[in-house]
Design a protein around this ligand. Structure first.
Ligand code: RI2
Length: 327
């Protein structure tokens, strides 16, 4: 089946991290479905559903960790699948695809605003914050607190190896927030100056463990040691229903060439370079999860999952399974 180059480009941009950040990845996947529905030349509903399934596979095969990706795909395909099962005609299936994708994007934008408002209530005037990587959810909290007139200062880690911290530093300083950029390994050194840590999430497990940019768990450890509060800002579509079924969240490993260059590898053939992109912070090190459904302790993650996906989780995750098992 032929796809619009735009869909393949979105997939490639996610893979190569031109599109990055769990939220942006999920919204871009939704945009790919809109493009699919608008450009599909399927002659009947079965062809259309085959195409939908293939687009899902293309997107799912880009990056493995951000649960927002399968959750956005599931949000859209589940609705289309339901309509297909009821015998709905092709034109309407296309409309449902587009409406569902737009609804996902709209919900996601609203969620970020609500997270900003709820999270900002936990930030005090004069707080010194620390953040890691470049999370739109964490930035929403910081920006909202600042816009509410709280004079805050933010320490931002560089975030090796791809230096997403520079993006965060630029964004926050451009609106007037006082920013101090530090190297990742300086976090413990500065922890005594920090009041609260706030980071985003790529995935949240049923037990409240958070998967986020590599280094997050070390920051949580340093915060725990110094009795500094550790907040995670995450939309509920980053919660992983599969973890209720016993599955683990896969930690993406990217190319060593993001860490060293080719000549280093050639000159040091006995050196192995590993580049895991995320790590797992256990719930014991997390004070609060700031979601659009409320500010909760990590131990309450299971309730979010039950509310989002219902009590028959096995059935609601099937759309992803269908896609994977077809391989
Ligand atoms: P938002 C990013 O991953 C970072 O780990 C960040 O904390 C997380 O996504 C969430 O970002 P990457 O795509 O969804 O840079 O809050 O590997 O924007």
């Amino acid at each position: 089946m032929k796809y619009s180059n735009e869909i393949l480009r979105i997939a490639d941009d996610i893979r190569t991290m031109r599109i990055r950040g769990a939220t942006e990845i999920a919204r871009s996947a939704a945009k790919a479905f809109i493009i699919f529905a608008e450009s599909s030349t399927a002659r009947n509903v079965d062809d259309y559903m085959d195409g939908l399934n293939e687009v899902s596979k293309i997107l799912l095969n880009t990056r493995p960790t951000a649960v927002s990706l399968p959750n956005s795909i599931r949000f859209i395909t589940y609705r289309v699948m339901e309509a297909y099962r009821k015998g709905i005609e092709l034109k309407i299936l296309k409309d449902i695809t587009i409406t569902s994708a737009n609804l996902f994007i709209e919900n996601s934008l609203k969620a970020l605003d609500v997270i900003g408002e709820l999270g900002a209530r936990r930030i005090k005037d004069g707080d010194v914050l620390l953040t890691h990587c470049n999370s739109s959810a964490a930035i929403s909290v910081i920006k909202t607190a600042y816009k509410h007139g709280k004079k805050i200062e933010v320490y931002v880690t560089e975030t090796r190896p791809r230096f997403q911290g520079y993006l965060t530093a630029k964004t926050l300083s451009s609106i007037g927030v006082k920013v101090t950029l530090i190297i990742d390994s300086a976090v413990r050194h500065f922890m005594k100056d920090i009041d609260k840590v706030i980071v985003g999430a790529d995935a949240v497990a049923a037990n409240g463990a958070v998967v986020n940019k590599i280094g997050t768990s070390l920051i949580a450890l340093a915060a725990h040691e110094a009795r500094v509060r550790f907040f995670v800002a995450a939309e509920t579509y980053k919660f992983s229903p599969e973890t209720i079924l016993g599955e683990l969240i896969e930690i993406e490993e990217r190319s060593p060439l993001e860490v060293v260059d080719n000549s280093f590898l050639r000159e040091n053939i006995n050196v192995k370079v590993k580049n895991p992109v995320f790590d797992v912070t256990p719930p014991e090190y997390i004070d609060l999860l700031i979601t659009e459904k409320g500010v909760i302790p990590p131990q309450a993650s299971i309730l979010i999952l039950r509310e989002e996906f219902g009590w028959i989780i096995g059935e609601t995750v099937t759309s992803r399974k269908i896609v994977e098992e077809d391989d």
